[in-house]
Design a protein around this ligand. Structure first.
Ligand code: SAH
Length: 355
């Protein structure tokens, strides 16, 4: 019977993620939203480079070199005013194409800061893209394997929004975990069983609440590392300053919104980052939290206008492009107000700029 058993296994390996998840639901029952999102994004990032015009979405470092340069200068300024500690490492979580890192490292190097580079990345395709831009980096599958000595200068841009969230639906008896089932070939979310560890706010029937336990765990780990080793973390993402209710899970494909419950693994799934919850998770003694502040205000305080003017003077033929990028990164209604910036800084280090 070996041959018979072998063929379904091969079929599973070749099946689309939608088929694999459908089989799993048929045999083990509905998935949590967190499980669905984790699997969908793992498959999505493992199989493509999603950035830019021909892809699904664009991120700040891909819009303009100014973004990564200002991140690098922010780190270098903090390092200089903290007395130039030795053996610093630049750590980036989810470095995408490596564009932010290469722009930030150029700016840091020009200020005399030449850190070793450690990338936390799971996608093999994106690791290859990162290696082209930052060949001397070392790669990690998670935070745990990062070196346990030397100050860490950690950057995470649009990383936390891609991490899985749990969703809860309020019913008459309290909070229920939102689950994903398969009905007539379609993925359908529904309110599952009541949970003990749901949101702490009152359950008003019909309300949806989200939480990202993985994000909380990662921020708690980062805070602990910074407290023990020194350094800072810069977290930039779209999201809200205060915890709130409502569904924010969204799917994006080819620069347009798509249905999160269709074609898992083919769309980018993200959720708003809850900065109040993130800052609450960074509880280690020996770490101070700054912000969140709006990205537009933060880039303004770091001198994006001056940098844009210098780039326009260097290459007048690119002036329109530079000005459009500056507006896109800083204007209200574009990335300027939707995106927030938060920093964790080790005690004994200087106050960070821009907060
Ligand atoms: N920071 C980049 C890319 C943002 S997209 C930029 O600003 O352009 C999200 C990034 O996080 C991708 O590199 C993706 O592969 C990575 N990623 C997503 N989930 C991850 C996980 N669980 N562990 C490690 N990396 C992850």
């Amino acid at each position: 019977m070996r041959a018979v058993k072998a063929s379904p296994d091969i079929a599973v390996a070749d099946a689309s993620l939608a088929q694999q998840l459908a089989r799993r639901i048929a045999s083990d029952g509905p998935l949590t939203v967190a499980d669905y999102m984790a699997q969908a994004n793992a498959c999505y990032y493992a199989t493509r480079d999603p950035f830019g015009r021909g892809g699904d979405f664009i991120t700040a470092p891909e819009i303009s070199q100014m973004f990564g340069e200002l991140v690098g200068l922010w780190l270098a300024d903090l390092w200089l005013r903290s007395g130039r500690p030795e053996d610093c490492r630049y750590v980036e979580l989810g470095p995408g194409r490596g564009t932010l890192a290469s722009d930030a490292l150029r700016a840091m190097n020009s200020a005399g800061l030449t850190p070793a580079v450690e990338f936390v990345e799971t996608s093999p395709i994106l690791k290859r893209a990162q290696a082209e831009r930052v060949p001397h980096a070392r790669w990690h599958d998670g935070i745990a394997s990062l070196p346990d000595w030397g100050p860490l200068l950690i950057v995470a841009n649009e990383f936390f929004d891609a991490l899985p969230i749990r969703q809860f639906v309020a019913g008459p008896a309290g909070w229920n975990e939102r689950m994903v089932d398969q009905v007539e070939g379609r993925f359908v979310p529904f309110a599952g069983a009541p949970v003990e560890d749901g949101p702490r706010r009152p359950a008003v029937t019909g309300t949806i609440c989200e939480s990202s336990p993985l994000s909380m765990a990662i921020v708690a780990d980062i805070a602990e590392r910074i407290a023990a080793q020194g350094g800072a973390a810069l977290i930039i993402d779209y999201g809200h300053v205060r915890s709130c209710t409502g569904e924010t899970l969204q799917a994006v494909h080819a620069h347009a919104f798509a249905d999160p419950w269709t074609a898992p693994g083919e769309n980018d799934l993200t959720a708003h980052v809850d900065f109040e919850a993130l800052s609450g998770a960074a509880t280690s003694d020996g770490v101070a939290v700054f912000g969140p502040v709006e990205q537009g205000a933060w880039l303004g305080a770091l001198g994006i206008d001056v940098r844009a003017a210098a780039l326009c003077e260097q290459s007048p033929e690119r002036a329109d492009e530079v000005e459009a990028a500056r507006l896109r990164l800083t204007a209200d209604g574009q990335m300027g107000s939707l995106f927030k910036v938060m920093a964790l800084v080790a005690s004994g280090w200087a106050e960070p700029a821009g907060f």
